[in-house]
Design a protein around this ligand. Structure first.
Ligand code: N01
Length: 859
């Protein structure tokens, strides 16, 4: 008999318990849950090995959706052990009364889509069949253990084989036993010291040495417990805005920017505080910069050498083949000290691999290690394994296994094109691997529940990822991953731990806040990137269109609670713009800098001149006007970018300051910048520059000032300019373009912020009508210097810059317009984090070269 229901939930761990509650009790759906286990608990039901415990602080490793659960449950330890976490999940399941909605001891054997009635058919190993409109795959990420077949002969072993992922409920008495442990991941590192305390002898078979940091577990006092239950909201308040979904201290920007003493002091403190802090709170570049990573990696190695008495053993334990943190960070209690015990031996199976499991033990490098028990702590077919074991068949009979044969494809990690109404909770490419799991799970269950409600409210049948969005998402997630060091390890993060599994992109490496912002961008734009009954919104969420490097910057801004510019006071806005100096590559060597003054329209003003050391002059000159919305920015903020421009193009860069609004409103900035152009033409030969080859350039507000300066030079008999280079310029205060709408909320610059700053400068909005404020309004755009407009694809000001380029071209001014994919406003100042910023200078170089040649030939 087939049971017709609304939704099926597969799995009864953190995700399944919450999903059943949400869909059944809040949406009022008829829901059926399944789990192979005999009760709730998910991973905590199975992984009962000695020492199993969480390594995110318990108070954070719990649900946040229920005030009641949070208040009533008291954790006894800072990091709760498996029995307590299992009791917690049973408590939650009872509190929410979800057990009655689950069939336990039941395995789902297939999940097949039927297009005719837009329903899934779910078969189980009990013989019961169900059909449901929606399927919530909530089976977790590390629930399918790796196969034993990696160990030839294991079935002939006469002793006991134990698997950490399916531990006997009654426990196991290791007393008097000779135990062999294979696996030194989080599990092996947690478990082995516990076994070593009981067993006669333990042999650890280590393939890859692993980094591990003290967990620093401790009891939670009754007073602390009371404090935690009474203040849980406040304690957990910032969790979702932080990289790991735990409100740990924010990292310092770079391990390389501080002295070794300062670095060591920070590492010492975080080492002592324990857990994830060393990786999360030390320095922002340890997961992206090899040299930064090496500082912390060597620190951990030193700690290992300090703790392990035998230097040869310490050597084998010191990780040397992957950067710290690129395999899932492991936490330890007495792990390294354990190797000082007489009953523990380390066997390096990288040097001498396991040849055979024999009847009596394990043979490595021709030597037999006699054992009574073998414990496999060898990990999981992670992330995709639990989904690929469900027998999912989507539209047109395509199986999920076929669709993912080269690696998972997903949109936002929660849905896959061709598999409508299937929600993959914390699925591949979601943030889960680096995000406190209960929160990652709640976010996804909430998403699924809201999406289902949306479908029902609209009388629709299907909700499905759009394949085009999936492709854009995949490119972004892949790009993010490859900006980090994670691909440098053979880890389950990379799919590299299972023989035959494709090495692919399984994880979102940009952190929870960025991921959440991207998902919110989709939801707030009517589920952009999803198809509802086959129809999709055309526009993708702005945030998923951005370049991966830019995404990293945006993610960092989110984690630092950066205020939107439009909400900033003048001082805050100025400080925010000034902080862009830190996002640029450091000033390159071989650029000579001179600071002098020029006569501005009202006063003597600072100007910096950058000249590359190794190029013979007289050199072409670029006058660079910084951005900052006319109210902010300085020649100090743009110094690294100017030096890089001089070096990379072999030109002199002149960066004049100009007066800022509101102290000096329109037309102060244009008067100063035009005065700077005239001053440069008169004086630059004294600095090795060629006055016949002057280009004006600027970004954002500076782009507008450059465009206006080019017009004034034409109209006021000023210097003859070789070119104008406008980077994502502001062009017209009253522009009503599509990009101002599409990217109204940014990223980085919102339309409101851009408009607010421009109006501050204009003082009187009527000034917008002047071509000195809106260069597109000039009576003629003829006879202007050749123009290069570099627009940023994801910028509210994109279209007005491009429109200006087209108008110049139409008027006969030679113009090139180049739109840089995935770039945002202010990207030119992100060179330290966004490799593709190099495309700006490359394009400028290509544009200038023929002009330089022509002017030189004419001379
Ligand atoms: O698995 P792993 P795990 N021959 O894949 C070795 C979560 N977790 O179960 O590195 C010899 O990390 C393998 O060697 P190598 C957490 O997310 C959380 O320890 O591939 N050795 C490695 O040493 C974690 O990341 C907690 O060379 C073989 C080990 O087995 C995830 O679960 C606690 C081998 C596997 O390490 C998985 O951790 C525990 C072979 N054929 C786990 N195959 C918390 O604290 C594998 N190995 C919350």
């Amino acid at each position: 008999m087939t049971n017709q229901i609304d939704a099926v939930v597969i799995g009864a761990g953190f995700a399944g318990i919450y999903a059943v509650h949400k869909l059944r009790d809040e949406l009022g759906l008829k829901v059926q849950g399944f789990d192979v286990a005999a009760g709730p608990g998910g991973t905590w039901y199975w992984n009962r090995y000695p020492g199993a415990r969480c390594d995110i602080p318990s108070v954070h490793y719990s649900y946040s959706f229920s005030d009641e659960i949070q208040r009533e449950w008291k954790w006894s330890e800072r990091y709760a052990a498996q029995p307590e976490i299992l009791r917690y999940l049973e408590f939650a399941a009872d509190k929410l009364d979800v057990r009655r909605s689950f069939s336990f001891n039941t395995r789902v054997t297939s999940v097949v889509w039927n297009d005719a009635d837009s329903r899934w058919t779910i078969e189980t190993d009990t013989g019961k069949t169900y059909t449901a409109r929606f399927v919530i795959a909530a089976g977790g990420n590390v629930s399918i253990a790796k196969s034993r077949s990696e160990f030839p002969g294991i079935d002939q072993f006469k002793g006991k084989v134990l698997a950490t992922s399916n531990w006997p409920h009654e426990g196991f008495d290791f007393a008097g036993k000779r135990v062999g442990v294979i696996g030194t991941g989080s599990t092996g590192i947690q478990m082995t010291p516990e076994i070593a305390r009981q067993a006669k002898h333990v042999t650890v078979f280590q393939r890859t040495p692993n980094f591990a940091v003290p967990l620093a577990n401790a009891d939670i006092s009754p007073e602390e417990q009371t404090y935690n239950t009474e203040n849980w909201k406040q304690i957990r308040d910032k969790s979702r805005d932080r990289f790991m979904g735990v409100p740990f201290e924010s990292p310092e920007p770079s391990a390389l920017a501080v002295s070794s003493e300062e670095r060591r002091a920070r590492f010492d403190r975080l080492w002592k505080e324990g857990g994830f802090r060393l990786v999360v709170s030390s320095y922002g570049d340890i997961l992206t910069d090899e040299r930064a990573n090496e500082t912390v990696a060597e620190y951990v190695r030193e700690k290992i050498r300090e703790r392990v008495r035998d230097p040869k053993v310490a050597d084998i334990l010191c990780p040397d083949d992957h950067p710290y943190g690129t395999k899932r960070a492991a936490m330890e209690t007495d792990y390294f000290d354990m190797f000082n015990r007489d009953n523990v031996r380390l066997v390096d199976i990288r040097a001498a691999p396991i040849e055979q499991i024999t009847e009596t033990g394990i043979r490595t490098g021709g030597k037999e290690h006699e054992l009574d028990v073998i414990v496999l702590a060898t990990g999981f077919d992670a992330i995709t394994g639990p989904l690929l074991h469900l027998g999912v068949v989507g539209r047109e009979g395509v199986t999920l296994n076929e669709r993912w044969k080269n690696g998972p494809r997903s949109y936002l990690g929660i849905a896959t094109a061709g598999f409508p109404n299937l929600f993959t909770i914390t699925g591949p490419t979601s943030a889960v691997t680096l995000y406190n799991n209960p929160l990652a799970i709640e976010d996804h269950v909430d998403f699924a529940s809201d999406a289902i409600q949306h479908v029902l409210d609209h009388g629709a049948s299907t909700f499905e990822a759009d394949e085009a969005a999936e492709n854009v998402w995949h490119e972004l997630v892949d790009g993010l991953l490859h900006l980090t060091l994670f691909p440098r390890a053979n880890s389950w993060y990379m799919g590299a731990n299972v023989p035959g599994k494709p090495r692919a992109t399984f994880m979102f490496a940009g952190g929870a806040p960025l991921y959440r912002a991207m998902v919110a961008d989709s939801v707030n734009n009517g589920y952009a990137g999803f198809k509802i009954d086959g129809a999709s919104k055309k526009a993708l969420p702005a945030l998923i269109q951005i370049d991966p490097g830019v995404a990293m910057v945006v993610g960092a801004m989110l984690m630092q609670d950066t205020k939107p510019l439009e909400d900033c006071t003048l001082d805050e806005a100025r400080a925010a713009v000034e902080s862009f100096v830190m996002l640029q590559k450091s000033v390159p060597e071989g650029v000579h800098q001179v600071e002098t003054t020029y006569r501005g329209a009202a006063d003597e003003r600072r100007v910096k001149i950058y000249k590359p050391d190794d190029v013979e002059g007289p050199l072409p000159v670029i006058i660079f006007f910084h951005g900052g919305g006319f109210i902010a920015g300085s020649i100090d903020m743009c110094a690294p970018a100017c030096a890089a421009l001089a070096k990379e193009l072999g030109v002199i860069v002149v960066a004049p300051s100009y007066r800022l609004a509101p102290e000096a409103p329109f037309p102060a900035a244009t008067d100063d910048t035009y005065a700077a152009v005239c001053w440069t033409a008169e004086n630059i030969s004294n600095h090795g520059g060629n006055p016949e080859q002057i280009a004006v350039m600027g970004d954002s507000a500076g782009g507008l000032l450059a465009a206006v300066a080019a017009q004034r030079a034409r109209d006021e008999n000023g210097p003859e300019l070789m070119a104008q280079i406008l980077l994502y310029p502001a062009i017209d205060a009253e522009a009503k373009t599509a990009s101002r709408k599409e990217f109204a909320a940014g990223p980085v610059l919102s339309t409101a912020a851009a408009q607010g700053m421009l109006l501050t400068y204009l003082d009187d909005p009527e000034n917008a009508k002047s071509p000195l404020a809106s260069p597109s309004r000039a009576s003629s755009l003829k006879d202007l210097p050749p123009a290069l407009i570099l627009s940023a694809e994801c910028d509210p000001l994109r279209d007005e810059g491009e429109d200006y380029g087209r108008a110049l071209e139409a008027a006969g001014t030679p113009t090139q317009v180049l739109r840089l994919k995935g770039m945002v406003h202010a990207a030119y100042y992100m060179s330290g984090h966004v490799p593709r910023v190099s495309e700006f200078n490359a394009a400028i170089s290509r544009f200038l070269q023929p002009l330089r040649n022509r002017v030189a030939a004419e001379a």
